[in-house]
Design a protein around this ligand. Sequence first.
Ligand SMILES: Cc1cc2nc3c(=O)[nH]c(=O)nc-3n(C[C@H](O)[C@H](O)[C@H](O)COP(=O)(O)OP(=O)(O)OC[C@H]3O[C@@H](n4cnc5c(N)ncnc54)[C@H](O)[C@@H]3O)c2cc1C
Length: 556
Amino acid sequence: MTRSPIPYDPPVAEILRTARHVAGRAGATLPDELDDVLAEFGRLASNVIAPSDVAGDVIGCRLERDGSVAVAPELVKAHRAVVDGGWIEAMQSLGQVTATALMELYASANMALSLNPMLSQSAIELLRAVGTAEQRERYLAPMETGAWSGTMLLTEPDAGSDVGALRSKAVPRDDGTWAISGTKIFITWGEHDIAANIVHLVLARTPGSPGGTRGISLFVVPKVLPDGTRNAVRCIGLERKLGIHGSPTCVMELDGAIGELVGPEHAGMRAMFTMMNPARLAVGLEGVAIAERSWQQARDFARQRHQGRRDGRSVPIAEHPDVRRMLTDLRATTRATRVLALAAAAHAQVAHQADDPDVRAAAGRRVDLLTPLAKAWPTDQGVRLASVAVQVHGGVGFVEDTGVAQRYRDARIAPIYEGTNGIHAIDLAQRKIIHDGGAELERMLADLWPDGRAGELPAALADAGSALDLGVAAVRRAASWLLDVASTADDVLAGASDLLELVATVVAGGLLVDLAAAELDDELVLDARFFATRRVATAAAALPAITAGVASLAAL
Ligand SMILES: Cc1cc2nc3c(=O)[nH]c(=O)nc-3n(C[C@H](O)[C@H](O)[C@H](O)COP(=O)(O)OP(=O)(O)OC[C@H]3O[C@@H](n4cnc5c(N)ncnc54)[C@H](O)[C@@H]3O)c2cc1C
């Protein structure tokens, strides 16, 4: 391995002030020890986790003849430090906002490794919500400490976005358990050597089930059975892929593997959504994490690379206006993705923890609306910003040694897994806007940007306020077109990704301007103005694309 680890400077103060602001707005309570918790985990992320990142990328994973999978030793050591420090438990117990803040630090330091606890955490939430008392008793304690990890096994060769096409079968056994057979592909951390047991949550069909998603049931299938024997679920292949090389992406074969039903038969998709919704927010956060790393690397490079002269002296490229544009885009858009991710987490926390059931239900509706936005938009921005960071580096950005190329490669998966961003755009248009007649969208806009909000902003944010006025008006016009004018479902779907881009940019922009108005920090105000006047104002011009309809697209 010739590449050196890239330093990571955890943005603890920035995360703290953003988390406090959005938690205050949503009514979420933060733990008293939040500062210390983030500072301590930031040190671990910087000193132990981040140095393992290059090793994971260069060494990758190895499938042994016996079906075991070895990951880079540096990853084993970093994971051990996280588990031994009690951090996996901390992510469970301190609420969604704190967990989100910790996971940003983790994923920035090593995205491939962070997928392991991320999926485990989602599996824990699922078992807590729908597992039987016995299942919770058996699995939760070792998973909550990180001694065991969790996975989700949905995808099959002919069932990707169309999960309802899956063919894996579950046949009842005499003792009440099930024998599950089938092949699952692309399974993240499906097999590895960093935990003593792996708890697979598997979707399969029981005999005589109806077709499509209605006939799918959910099973818990441990790698090691309660009696200590090895279950018939094994890794038969590892994918060679563009990025996240440290994360084993496994082809898993189940050959009569013993599993237990989780939740009622045929209710597997509903149960799986308990796992997928937090996982979607967590994948969105990977966009934030990549954006932050890309910003840091581009900034550090631009400060030391000299090219050209200004006023007769040799200058670092960070002084050229066009490079300053790229750097401001990186910093400002990273902040916009973070405030959106943390706001979604704050509403998710209220939906879990509020005493009043009406408050919980209202927060739940807000999270449902925010989920496609907070999954798709930050992950698209992660790819775009990693590309901007490569551009700041010039030719050496295209060479692996600087490490910024890894950001670009790693970033590319996040818009694909946990539902492609195209599928989230459809979800936003159909299930989150049309389904309730645009009611929750209107409530969110009224909270985010009440009438007259621009006029109340400090003078320094006046142009940002005008851009937000334009953006919010564009979202309302787009929603009216969806609800009242669009003549076919295909016309709506043809512009759904443009719609998501518009709504997410406006929501993230509104949150960022609100944060800047509260903090009145010069740097934050500059970033909020940059984001609002460039990104929100441009997004507001997307209406013709959103309303162009399916006839505007090539038929191939
Ligand atoms: C590295 C990696 C890790 C993964 N980890 C896991 C895991 O842990 N567990 C797991 O179960 N799966 C996992 N996956 C699978 C992942 O979730 C799927 O790849 C993803 O859902 C897309 O499915 P697909 O690859 O079959 O693409 P397809 O569904 O074939 O989609 C191809 C394209 O068509 C579009 N498309 C498909 N259907 C529609 C539609 N109805 N309307 C509009 N557009 C559509 C998609 O948006 C996409 O652009 C992983 C994948 C990768 C690459």
